[in-house]
Design a protein around this ligand. Structure first.
Ligand code: NAI
Length: 350
């Protein structure tokens, strides 16, 4: 089968080439994102392999269909960027990678916390400038602190376990409590209000649903401790960034470490270093000394990429062989107008 990759990043190409060792498929890598303008590039390919930055709306899907595409293999867990109703109507099958490495994301969250707290990113820059002063680099011990984990699924449970290893007390909130973690004494389930009130560090590991959009808003932030460190490796829209900027301006929270941002589309994953940043919210967030941001890189480990490549090609093989598809997504898994994933763990993001 001929596969056209869109939004190809250098970091992932080799993993797909290695996973296709036999070689089973003909892989063609395109750098541009897939959209209505670039869809003609897929003419003559049976399968397109897409990333979260590709826009698979009704018109794009129609163009893909006309060009002969029968399968969309998402190399991501999320599928909010695909108009599933149109795909179903056009008879285009959609498959995805539901889970790859919860450790990758959880460990990145811990890395952000350690960097922000101990100011390692600042110390690194200072020392390279021969500035060996320790002024303004003080952090706090994680040992003995209370960590609130919102969402104790795959990633949240790994994060909670790591934080327990640091000697933290871990409070958790999840509408479907993780009984195993609780029975092992790793977490204590509490209400969201109690978690906000008691936590020194709060980490978000829940999916974006219409009802979780902006769950961290002015009212939630007002319930948190004044020194709280907020971590978000979940999804940008979980946090109302305007409200976050307000509390950062007034010093009402200790800091924020963010791998995701609600307006990241069109910005993250790109080198814009020679351009003027047009997003004032992002520019303001980046101006705070107590904000640390990465551009949606929490998933980016060797193990995660190996798994993404292997599962994606496995999904395509199943389709090619006419076998049962284990990772297919249908319009019926769609929630609401804009699809934010299902309770079965279908989430957007990477
Ligand atoms: P998961 O489906 O295993 O766990 C999510 C948990 O959140 C579930 O236990 C669910 O019951 C819980 N939940 C649902 N609604 C909630 C609510 N209102 N309050 C609290 N908890 C709630 O998902 P997984 O694999 O742990 O991923 C979590 C999120 O991480 C994803 O939804 C995705 O947005 C994000 N992610 C980010 C990546 C990155 O590179 N930054 C990479 C992969 C995922």
């Amino acid at each position: 089968m001929n596969i056209a990759f869109f939004s190809t990043h250098n970091f992932e190409k080799d993993f797909f080439v290695a996973a296709n060792a036999r070689p089973q498929f003909k892989l063609t890598f395109f750098e541009p994102a897939l959209n209505q303008q670039t869809a003609p590039l897929a003419k003559g390919f049976e399968c397109v392999c897409c990333f979260v930055s590709d826009q698979l709306d009704g018109v794009t899907l129609q163009l893909l269909k006309q060009g002969g595409v029968r399968l969309i293999a998402l190399r991501s867990a999320g599928y909010n960027n695909v108009d599933l109703e149109s795909a179903d109507r056009l008879g285009i099958t959609v498959v995805r990678v539901p889970a790859y490495s919860p450790h990758a994301v959880a460990e990145h969250a811990v890395g952000l916390l350690l960097s922000l707290n101990r100011k390692i990113h600042k110390a690194y820059a200072r020392v390279r400038e021969m500035n060996f002063s320790l002024e303004r680099l003080m952090g706090f011990d994680l040992f003995g602190k209370t960590v609130g984990v919102v969402g104790t699924g795959r990633i949240g449970s790994v994060f909670a376990t790591i934080m327990q290893g640091f000697g933290c007390r871990v409070l958790a909130f999840d509408p479907r409590p993780n009984a195993e973690l609780a029975s092992k004494g790793i977490i204590t389930d509490v209400s969201l209000e109690e978690l906000y009130k008691k936590s020194d560090i709060i980490s978000l590991h829940l999916p974006l649903f219409p009802e979780t959009r902006h769950m961290i808003n002015a009212s939630a932030l007002a319930q948190m401790k004044r020194e709280v460190i907020l971590l978000n490796t979940g999804r940008g829209e979980l946090i109302d960034s305007v409200a976050l900027i307000e509390v950062l301006k007034t010093g009402q929270i200790g800091g924020a470490a963010l791998d995701v941002y609600e307006e990241e589309e069109g910005i993250f994953f790109k080198d814009l270093s020679d351009q003027i940043l047009k997003d004032d919210g992002l520019a303001r967030l980046l101006s705070f000394p107590n904000v640390l941001m990465t551009s949606h890189q929490a998933f980016l480990t060797k193990e995660a990429l190996e798994k993404i490549a292997a599962i994606t090609l496995q999904n395509i093989s199943e389709f090619g062989a006419g076998n049962k598809l284990h990772n297919q997504v249908h319009a019926k898994t769609h929630i609401g107008k804009k699809q934010f994933g299902s309770r079965e763990g279908n989430h957007e993001g990477t």
